[in-house]
Design a protein around this ligand. Structure first.
Ligand SMILES: [Zn+2]
Length: 224
């Protein structure tokens, strides 16, 4: 990371702590913890996208999910995760693991009154030059769009390596069927060698998680 980027990161961090963070933390002291659901995609026999040097989506998104959970808990939120290890959510006797897994995730999130959910995935594309994190939301969901745009903005500001815009998406079972406000964060392209390497790095994972956290915090600050 260049000196400029380090300074930028520190500046944004300080800015956050003195503004949004302070508000979020102070609110959490006076009110009951509020629930946020994190959904790290795939798991178990479903590795998700396999990218450069065999890097597996299921591992990357779980690590980022756990780091995001940590930041949210520090700010006073209660956090649940659809999975906390390398497994899927289909039953042992499942005849269609992928279908049963995704149905279970939807049921889990819908069974709570969570403030919001974030599903975490990583992308893959045939052209290895394509890169950049991007956040997706359910079409016609104003709150989902607001959340997605907030997270996209903080990822852009903190990581400085994507010019993508938050975008609506349809025909994704989870997004279509979860009844709570939420979004899907594609943390980058595992098919891009540089981005795959960065996404395997613990420090970069932490920065990504922190950027998602900042986006959530800014959204909640406006919507509570
Ligand atoms: Zn995925």
């Amino acid at each position: 990371m260049t000196k400029k980027k380090i300074l930028n990161f520190l500046f944004l961090t300080v800015l956050f702590i003195t503004s949004v963070g302070a508000v979020v933390v102070s609110k959490s002291i006076t009110s009951k913890p509020k629930l946020i659901y994190i959904d790290p995609g795939h798991g178990g026999s479903d590795g998700g996208a396999v990218g450069y040097e065999g890097i597996c989506e299921k591992d990357i998104v779980l690590e980022i999910g756990k780091k995001l959970k940590h930041f949210l808990e520090q700010a006073g939120y209660e956090v649940l995760m659809t999975r906390t290890g390398d497994y899927d959510l289909a039953g042992s006797d499942s005849e269609n693991r992928k279908r049963d897994d995704i149905h279970r995730r939807v049921d889990l999130i819908n069974s709570t009154n969570c403030l919001l959910y974030v599903s975490i995935h990583a992308n893959k594309f045939s052209d290895p030059r394509i890169y950049g994190a991007q956040v997706f939301y359910k079409a016609n969901s104003t709150k989902g769009q607001e959340l997605a745009e907030s997270i996209q903005e903080t990822i852009k500001a903190l990581l400085q390596n994507t010019n993508r815009f938050a975008k609506s998406i349809s025909d994704k079972y989870l997004i279509d069927n979860v009844k709570r406000t939420g979004c899907l964060v594609e943390v980058g392209f595992l098919s891009n060698p540089e981005e795959a390497r960065m996404l395997s790095d613990e420090y970069y994972q932490e920065k990504m998680a922190y950027a998602i956290f900042l986006g959530i915090a800014a959204y909640l600050d406006k919507n509570s």
